[in-house]
Unconditional design. Structure first.
Lengths: 357, 357
DNA sequence: GACAATCTTTTTAACGTTAATATCCAGGAG
DNA sequence: CTCCTGGATATTAACGTTAAAAAGATTGTC
């Protein structure tokens, strides 16, 4: 057997041709052995796979992308983290999304855009022009989302973290059930005996905020509790603080405050502190998102944890299905958040002497 | 003028050939007009650029990557966020790194690896085999870092967020001066009149922790203050809490505690709370990293903010220089953190009645 | 006016892969 | 023995780009 292979590899890269030579077949057969196993004889396939293994061959994605117009890249646009946002959610999300993507044979590529939907769409377009992107992951989709319309018009597969909120069944999405979460939080404080339960949520424009508010309404209605104590404010500590003061100044004041975010809940805690009231013992508080701060404050903040790793996995799964041309309608996955109970919602003794984390 | 161009584009993609037809030149001339402007006549170049503009041509990165073995991709590996880590640093870092990369004509691709240096190196190798990666960005490099050795042995350009700590001048790095930061924090509390200033830092293995500790030592030596109050612990709230108790139980107790992280500082705040002492008024506290929690607690936590956007820009800059084959030695950039003064280090009146954010 | 030197543009070939097509070969039917 | 069928493998061409080489145009020199 003559060794016709001159030099192992030009650039440290093993190519199909080299594997083919090694296995004594054509390059196409190697390609088939890997991508269409049933097109090569079992015996040959075995020989080819051995050669692949031996030489450590990995298909070149650039060549494949050029030939197939499919790059195994999934694009995602990060948004700048606002300084007041306490949530680590994005960081975690990106990590698990990437992990799931790699698991499924993709890679995550970040895209960057000027702020605003127009800038984002332009960034997507530019990226698509420059290189083939297999799919996009959107976050925080809203009613009548221009990005959805754009991607759809281009025929690019995509899945969204967040519902479209317009009942569009043709959109693949994964979301966390904010309504169920807030309901669970409300149920929890009601179970502690609270009857005057207020809700501090976001402005009416926010579909997400509206959804969370519904959960509180559900729970209150179930128990025939009054729902007069509600506030719709921006998501800031100061707004939470002020709203809390209002609800505690009411003629029949709140004894529990269910909030749409940890940031708001921390504002409530500050308001209690200013009044010499104890979170938990005097007024129950719940937040939303399980930000790192929630575990660090004293007493710990009861909050809802989003199953962010499952969100990531499901999004990639949904994209994978779309790419496979699965004829079934796109996936819709609604996940339940988990109630994390800490001292802020429990009557018990002053918890601050015990570390909550 | 006959319109020989049949159909605008097969896949919505405009190619060199189409631009060439439009401008009445060869494909190579278009390529040259874009990449080697001085190789085409000014007049021709103008015509070509007009055609490029008109058709909205963007070079196909896959084809370019295949041909040039250079993908304009920069890879970065995220690490999973540990639950107790309060810092948003990575999130912000990734954002600005990507922004800077896009600005410079690159794209960021994430890579995923099993935990541990071996897994990370394997992930880098796999990625390099599969697709051409122009460069890598490392984070948290340490003494004798295997990843540095590996990337160097493969001849791949890379830059590191963090020094190598072994005086290796051939490594391109960007870092934040922890020593200067801690020194500034110590100077700050000394300026408030404190003389018994303790330091709660990380275990001796941590080069980063050691560096920060040095800053405290520097400032104390300058003022001939004692340096007996020091702790080297793991980075957790509980460890900070216990260390604080020890330093407050000392025969001559600390009146100020400079910490190597916000997490530790929050532990200190809890310890003070347990003793009925007020942060700022009774004992000054400083943290490190300006985590979101620092602004949310009451009183606000004095801390050091890393100029993370500058870090991102400089890293891309350094990589760009490496890629350009700049013969000068690799860049080393040491940036100063910014002291963010909040209530926890100021004697003033009880600040909790005033929102600190 | 011939020849070189220089500038400009085109042609050729290749990067590594894979769909489409062509070729080969064995076994079965007529 | 020929023809067909179908499975296995090989060949061709193309994805879009660019380096290298070739060809063409222009200018200057003696």
């Amino acid at each position: 057997m003559q060794h016709t292979n001159r030099g192992p590899a030009p650039h440290g890269h093993v190519t199909l041709v080299q594997v083919a030579q090694r296995a004594g077949v054509s390059a196409q057969s190697v390609s088939n052995a890997l991508n269409n196993p049933d097109r090569v004889a079992p015996e040959t396939r075995k020989r080819i796979l051995a050669a692949v293994e031996e030489l450590g061959y990995e298909p070149n994605l650039s060549a494949r992308a050029l030939r197939n117009r499919s790059s195994s890249l999934i694009a995602f646009k990060m948004r700048p983290s606002r300084p007041d946002k306490a949530s680590l959610l994005m960081d975690d999300f990106l990590y698990v999304l990437n992990a799931a993507a790699v698991e499924a044979g993709y890679h995550l590529i970040l895209c960057h855009a000027e702020d605003g939907p127009a800038g984002e769409i332009k960034a997507y377009r530019d990226l698509l022009k420059k290189t083939s992107i297999d799919a996009f992951v959107l976050a925080e989709t809203h009613h009548n989302d221009d990005r959805v319309a754009a991607l759809r018009s281009w025929g690019v597969p995509f899945a969204s973290f967040g519902r479209s909120w317009d009942g569009d069944d043709s959109l693949a999405w994964v979301d966390v059930d904010g309504r169920a979460g807030t309901r669970a939080a409300t149920d929890h404080v009601a179970a502690q005996g609270h009857r005057r339960i207020g809700h501090i949520g976001w402005l009416a424009e926010s579909e997400l905020g509206q959804d969370r508010r519904e959960g509180w309404l559900d729970a209150c209605r179930d128990r025939e509790l009054e729902t007069d104590l509600q506030a719709a404010v921006v998501d800031s500590l100061e707004a939470g603080r002020q709203a809390a003061h209002r609800m505690l100044d009411a003629s029949r004041p709140a004894t529990a405050l269910v909030c749409a975010s940890d940031t708001l809940a921390l504002g409530v805690m500050r308001a209690l502190h200013e009044r010499g009231l104890r979170p938990g013992a005097d007024v129950a508080i719940t937040g939303y998102d399980d930000s790192p701060t929630a575990a660090l404050v004293s007493p710990g903040l009861t909050t809802l944890r989003q199953p962010i790793d499952e969100v990531g996995r499901q999004l990639i799964q949904a994209i994978d299905n779309l790419m496979a041309g699965d004829p079934r309608e796109p996936q819709h996955v609604l996940l339940e958040p988990e109630l994390v109970v800490r001292g802020s919602s429990l009557p018990g003794p002053r918890t601050s002497a015990v570390p909550t984390s």
